[in-house]
Design a protein. Structure first.
Length: 169
């Protein structure tokens, strides 16, 4: 069984996934890192090829990982927006939605200029709010477990995920 972490950019998916991998001895994969290593910077992919091309690359990664076992997968923020991705991941895993408030997310992403969907700094808060409103119902609908991250350490969130999934796995 795999553990898949979904949620908005800045929620802490990568940090929590690494901590869960340490505790479970599962292998950790980050879909955004895999795409960057194989195809270049995500912001460049968005700029030169468009979001749809990037989403197709995500689906290729999901196909590759979903057939394997004992993985912790941190996903890009928009990965579960494609139904195919969620269905593939669910075949051999549990999807965990890491949730945070708008204020927490804005604080975390404000200094990160590499986020292509938030690149307009003057409208970052507005864009983040729109994405959060659009994506939250989808994250919730796809989740086997929802964990709120506000005010919690990475270790606390990882422990809550594992507990909620019925550790030991």
């Amino acid at each position: 069984m795999n553990i898949i972490l979904s949620g908005m950019m800045g929620v802490g998916k990568t940090s929590v996934a690494i901590k869960i991998a340490e505790r479970t001895r599962f292998r950790w994969y980050d879909t955004d890192i895999m795409i960057s290593e194989r195809h270049g910077k995500i912001s460049d992919l968005f700029e030169y090829y468009g979001e749809e091309h990037f989403r197709a690359l995500e689906t290729d990664i999901v196909r590759e990982l979903s057939g394997r076992d004992d993985l912790v997968i941190s996903t890009g923020g928009g990965l579960v927006l494609r139904r195919e991705n969620s269905e593939l991941l669910r075949q051999n895993g549990k999807i965990v939605f890491l949730r945070a408030t708008f204020e927490t997310l804005l604080t975390r992403v404000r200094a990160d200029e590499s986020r292509p969907l938030l690149k307009d700094a003057g409208r970052m808060a507005e864009n983040l709010g729109l994405l959060l409103a659009e994506r939250t119902p989808i994250y919730e609908a796809n989740a086997d477990l929802i964990v709120d991250t506000d005010g919690k350490t990475v270790e606390e969130v990882a422990a809550e995920v594992l507990s909620g999934l019925g550790e030991p796995l």
